[in-house]
Design a protein. Structure first.
Length: 281
């Protein structure tokens, strides 16, 4: 989604809680607020520059506030309870490249495509008890949006977020996704065919479990948390230990529950389940 001469919502992502401030200033004046939880919405201006916003501040500058709910969420596995994942979705969540049913990764039930102006709940269906054609269109739009977000996030995780982790496995980057990644970086949405192609790659048996979307999201989340702890630590011994854990993460794309506990990071209860299922260490 691109908004000419305005703000375009791009993603929800991690930011440095110690130094990042909201780009918007409060209407009441004063300082720009921070992000103590370490999450922010990233918006792109007309010149292509990206800035962090709080949820309310972002909605205030968007032409349509509901657009904020349509962006990929890179902080999803940092939540106490994860949204729907590949393991919990029905097999007919999307049509794979072979025409059979598959399972999307990262589908958020709350994500809804914004309705056209002037179409509220009372405008849908026949007006007799709600539902009808309007509901079907709304659900299909939400399904397509969730698929596009899942595909976009997978490409960015493999080609940028996880690929950019120091000393990470070189196999994370996938040359076949280069063109699609550059398209995303330009702010151009993926076509339906590209979405199907990306999701087909993600769910392919030839894609190792540790390069699946859920595991890559866990790697990115752990990377962010470890980097924060390293930056905050004043103990040389502790920094050395945390860097050792971080190096293991980069080389193996997985952490055990013991490593997570020893490092003192809080992860999703099922973090790295996808990566650990195929190979124990």
């Amino acid at each position: 989604m691109t908004v000419p001469d305005g703000w375009t919502p791009v993603r929800k992502d991690f930011v440095d809680p110690a130094h990042t401030r909201c780009h918007a200033r409060s209407p009441l004046g004063g300082r720009h607020h921070g992000f103590p939880e370490g999450h922010a919405y990233i918006l792109r201006d007309a010149a292509g520059h990206e800035y962090p916003f709080g949820a309310d501040c972002a909605r205030a500058v968007l032409t349509e506030p509901s657009w904020l709910e349509t962006v990929p969420d890179y902080t999803e596995r940092d939540m106490p309870a994860a949204s729907a994942t590949a393991a919990s979705l029905p097999d007919d969540s999307f049509e794979g490249t072979d025409g059979t049913g598959g399972t999307d990764v990262g589908l958020r039930p709350a994500a809804r495509a914004p309705r056209a102006a002037g179409t509220g709940r009372g405008d849908r269906g026949s007006g007799q008890g709600g539902g009808g054609k309007g509901d079907a269109i709304d659900k299909e739009a939400a399904r397509k949006l969730a698929r596009r977000n899942a595909a976009t996030r997978y490409v960015v995780l493999r080609m940028e977020k996880v690929a950019g982790v120091p000393r990470v496995q070189p196999t994370v980057r996938f040359p076949a996704l280069d063109d699609i990644y550059r398209q995303i970086a330009r702010g151009e949405p993926l076509s339906d065919a590209q979405v199907t192609r990306v999701l087909g790659i993600e769910r392919s048996p030839s894609t190792p479990p540790r390069l699946k979307a859920e595991n890559l999201l866990d790697v990115y989340t752990a990377h962010v948390k470890l980097e924060r702890l390293i930056a905050e630590s004043n103990s040389v011994e502790n920094i050395r230990f945390l860097r050792g854990v971080h190096d293991w993460l980069a080389r193996h794309l997985v952490l055990s529950s013991a490593q997570i506990a020893a490092a003192g990071i809080v992860m999703h209860p099922h973090a790295f389940r996808t990566g650990l299922a195929a190979e124990r260490f």
